[in-house]
Design a binder for this molecule. Sequence first.
Ligand code: SAM
Length: 272
Amino acid sequence: MLVATPIGNLGDLSPRALAALRDADAVLCEDSRVTGGLLSRQGVAATMIPLHDHNEAAQAPRAGERFALVSDAGTPLVSDPGYRLVRAAIEAGVMVSAIPGPNAAVMALSLSGLPPHPFLFLGFLPAKAGPRAAEVGRLRQVERAGLSATLVFYEAPHRLAEALAALAEGLGADRPAAVARELTKRFEEVRRGALGDLAAHYATAEARGEICIVVGPAPLEEAGEGELDAALRAAFAAGLSLRDAAASVAEATGLKRRDVYRRALELGGEAG
Ligand code: SAM
């Protein structure tokens, strides 16, 4: 069972999550000090098994064993360990289920005021300036080829200013964005603005705590019709209905919904 745990506010541990931790034969975790703290606060005495890169796949439960997987915070596997374990369990024919719960990326996205779908979660940008600029450059290329999605990143506080500067430089200083900090905690804050303004703000203001960066979609009107078609096709490929695809692309681009709908109808017709 993949069990989501709080990203700050302990009140976000759900009753189902607590029951799963109580009932588990073992709790697979990242750092047993962090998970041990969570369990002892809840009065749960469980066997913990720390996961490491080298033992992850080998920890898949055997038939009849009930294992809970948690990470230090939030939803396991999302910029956290667990993927190899889940693969191993699936391959071994073991039933895998999840207890959903807190996730910083989705919470930041929903508070950002930016179009919520389509969105692309990218995790952490590279820590070093060169690889980070290269990654942002690749993203811009993909956008030029038609990707128009809200982008969500995780970032460490001491790299926030340089990450925002790299995003402003590579994606455009005018792109709307948001920095979500300390979500669910006492000093929760969402600062919204253009990437260039946010970069300038954090160049002088020290950022503390845990941080997500959300960047609004590339404006398609600059990019022309080919990219409108590509965005609509991407929305269809993601399973959106014609109406939802048109609404989402219109919202993301600022183009008139009626125009986007008409083009979606043509493309939807073409797609059969
Ligand atoms: N699995 C976690 C989840 O579901 O959100 C994310 C784990 S990742 C190793 C940790 C990063 O998530 C942090 O460096 C930060 O970028 C982001 N994060 C976690 N908690 C947060 C919070 N309370 N507020 C803002 N960002 C947070």
